[in-house]
Design a protein. Structure first.
Ligand SMILES: Nc1ncnc2c1ncn2[C@@H]1O[C@H](COP(=O)(O)OP(=O)(O)OP(=O)(O)O)[C@@H](O)[C@H]1O
Ligand SMILES: [Mg+2]
Lengths: 246, 390
């Protein structure tokens, strides 16, 4: 299985501080992967690099069958190529309805003129409704999303991510601030999504990661410390020292 | 699920009704077509106010909806005015010159006519040659096209440079101020080709319409302004109502997030910036024939700041808010500064509104910002919500 995303030898420093240090990472086209690591390990920065928000000092990030160089593409182009991202803080457009949020994310033409003359089709409506069903917000479609609970906003954002139909989902701490039931629902959603695409989940919560039941990559000081099953990495003495044993 | 554009935007219908009634009312009270209750000069003031409402809508689109606090949109307004002003002044002067040379014994050559027009127009700045930018001044059609093209192209180039380098927030506002300042300083120069600080004048005289009295012309311009405002409002309401509006408001609230959804934020900003510059240019082209004169002071940086103040007081992010703000503040402003407002005698000091109006305006702005960030328009939302709750 060839990789969908191939990050190799990437480094980035902020004012002399190396946030990412010679990091390499690969993920296949239909794979679920958890990324864990202590605060400041560089997990979010790693996502910033893949999505084009931060440009690394060295290294390469290759994408897809044609090995496109993501480092040469703008954020919008990378998103269009199929990289979707959920932020650490839930960021939905608070003064717009759940429906409008989902519609905006729905895979469609993205140019200003196409959007200006865009007419909603029945198929688009149906797609939005199906997504709302999936994220448990079917009866909230016309509510202003600012009024949703924290957990609902997280889901809305996951829904927006799915609406983009990305080939790779980067999900930063999806379970933060969720109740136990909400967490379980979220794990199901992510596992389901990973059947047809690549999903990278950053999470602090060990129980959550265990429930995902997937390969785990441990980051520390900007590089990969260990990689393997959850049981494998939790028994790694280095991992215990820097992360679990604290 | 699907509803018509009007059904989704009830405020548009209300706006059309109000504007229609207002236009009818003014017409019926005018000197030309009605009871002459309101003077021709006041009809002009009202017509100009409608143009200011139109440029305020442009400002609301770019700032209230798209989050770009442009403090340079009055430059586009002024440029629209200059473009139409060039034709008005040229054609009018041509008539005068041709009439005065008609009695000459030897019929004047075309060159002599042109020279005489040049002398008339540029005498005040010590010149007589036509600068290159006047090349098309004799063609109404071309100058009308320039009303749209000049502000549009300037906005396109400026916006492209600024947005491409991701200049946002305060820095962008400063940059737009610099643009309008530079333009105004340039136009102040005598050799700018637009008569320096004299500007263009006599614009109320419409060539070819000498037989029509000003009272009537003022009403025609008033109608044209009302129509332009109506079309501008409809266009803006349509632009912000659909998915485009969603994206643009998304850019205002969190542009990085919109980018990660795959939208090229820069493209959208450039589109909105340019579109609103064109609207501002058209508003200016309707305004200055009613004002009669345009000079570089009109596009001083402060003018664009006032524009932002109007929209803030009216309530940004709602189109009727921009209209209410521009109409209220500009009418109050001309009342206070026109010397009509009664002075307040405090015994030890007399508040003379000509001097104190700006202080009052400044205070109102601070109060609105602090206590009613949604402006006057926010009051309507509040009332509507109260009505719904019942
Ligand atoms: N734009 C920036 N400028 C300066 N330093 C930064 C910047 N972004 C990240 N850093 C630093 O880089 C390091 C890695 O940050 P990052 O946000 O990637 O960590 P993280 O693994 O996501 O942590 P957390 O678990 O707290 O979210 C941190 O020390 C952070 O302070
Ligand atoms: Mg983080």
């Amino acid at each position: 299985m060839s990789a969908l995303l191939e990050v190799s030898g990437v480094s980035v420093s902020f004012d002399g501080f190396k946030a990412i240090n010679n990091l390499s990472f690969q993920i296949g086209p239909a794979e679920l992967r958890a990324v864990i690591g202590p605060n400041g390990a560089g997990k979010t920065t790693f996502m910033d690099i893949v999505t084009g928000k931060t440009r690394p000092d060295e290294g390469s990030v290759l994408w897809g069958e044609k090995s496109q160089n993501l480092l040469k593409m703008s954020e919008a182009r990378i998103a269009q190529a199929g990289v979707g991202r959920k932020f650490q803080r839930p960021t939905v457009f608070e003064d717009q309805s759940v429906f409008d949020n989902l519609l905006m994310a729905l895979k469609n033409e993205r140019g200003p003129l196409e959007v200006l003359f865009y007419k909603r089709s029945r198929a688009d409506d149906a797609r939005v409704e199906a997504l709302a069903e999936e994220i448990g917000l079917a009866d909230q479609l016309h509510r202003t999303s600012g009024e949703l609970s924290h957990g609902q906003k997280q889901w809305l954002e996951i829904g927006m991510l799915l609406a983009q139909e990305p080939r790779l989902l980067l999900v930063d701490e999806p379970a933060a601030g969720m109740t136990l039931a909400e967490r379980e629902h979220t794990t199901d959603l992510l596992r389901e999504a990973a059947k047809t695409r690549a999903v990278v989940v950053v999470e602090h919560d060990m129980e959550f990661v265990r429930r995902l039941g997937c390969k785990v990559t441990v980051l520390h000081e900007g590089s990969v410390l260990a990689e393997g099953s959850i049981d494998h990495v939790t028994q790694d003495p280095q991992v215990i020292e820097v992360y679990l044993g604290r | 699920m699907k509803r018509s554009f009007i059904a989704n935007n009830p405020s548009v219908l209300i706006f059309i009704a109000c504007l229609g009634l207002f236009t009818l009312g003014v017409t019926l009270m005018s000197e030309a077509f009605g009871t002459a209750v309101i003077s021709t000069s006041f009809v002009k003031t009202l017509g100009k106010t409608l143009c200011l409402c139109l440029v305020a809508i442009a400002m609301d689109l770019v700032w209230g909806y798209c989050g770009i606090l442009s403090l340079g949109h009055f430059a586009f307004f002024g440029l629209g005015g200059y473009m139409i002003g060039m034709w008005l002044m040229y054609a009018r002067t041509e008539q005068i010159v041709v009439a005065s040379l008609a009695n000459a014994e030897i019929p004047p050559t075309a060159q002599e006519v042109t020279d005489a027009i040049g002398n008339q127009i540029f005498g005040v700045v010590g010149g007589s040659d036509f600068p290159a930018i006047w090349a098309f001044a004799d063609s109404l059609a071309i100058q009308l096209a320039l009303v749209v093209l000049v502000p549009g192209l300037l906005a396109l180039v400026f916006g492209w440079l600024a947005f491409r380098s991701r200049v946002t927030g305060v820095y962008l506002s400063i940059l737009t101020q610099a643009m309008t300042l530079a333009l105004s300083l340039y136009l102040f120069q005598n050799d700018s080709g637009l008569r320096g600080n004299n500007g263009l004048s006599g614009l109320q005289n419409i060539p070819g319409a000498e037989a029509i009295p000003q009272s009537e012309i003022s009403i025609y311009f008033f109608w044209a302004s009302a129509l332009a405002l109506l079309l501008g409002y409809l266009l803006a309401a349509w632009v912000v109502s659909g998915k485009f509006g969603s994206v643009v408001r998304g850019i205002r609230d969190d542009e990085a997030r919109v980018r990660f959804l795959g939208y090229s934020v820069e493209g959208y900003k450039l589109f909105v910036f340019t579109l609103t510059a064109v609207i501002a240019g058209i508003a200016g082209a309707l305004y200055y024939p009613q004002a009669g004169i345009i000079n570089p002071a009109e596009i001083a940086p402060i003018a664009s700041i006032y524009l932002a103040v109007w929209v803030a007081i009216g309530g940004r992010g709602r189109l009727y808010g921009a209209v209410i703000g521009a109409a209220t503040v500009s009418l109050l402003s001309s009342w206070f500064t026109g010397g009509q407002a009664p002075s307040i005698n405090l015994g030890f000091y007399t508040i003379d509104w000509v001097d104190w109006w700006l202080v009052l305006l400044g205070f109102s702005f601070v109060l609105v910002t602090l206590f009613a960030p949604k402006g006057i328009g926010g009051l309507f939302d509040y009332l509507v919500r109260k009505g719904d709750a019942k």
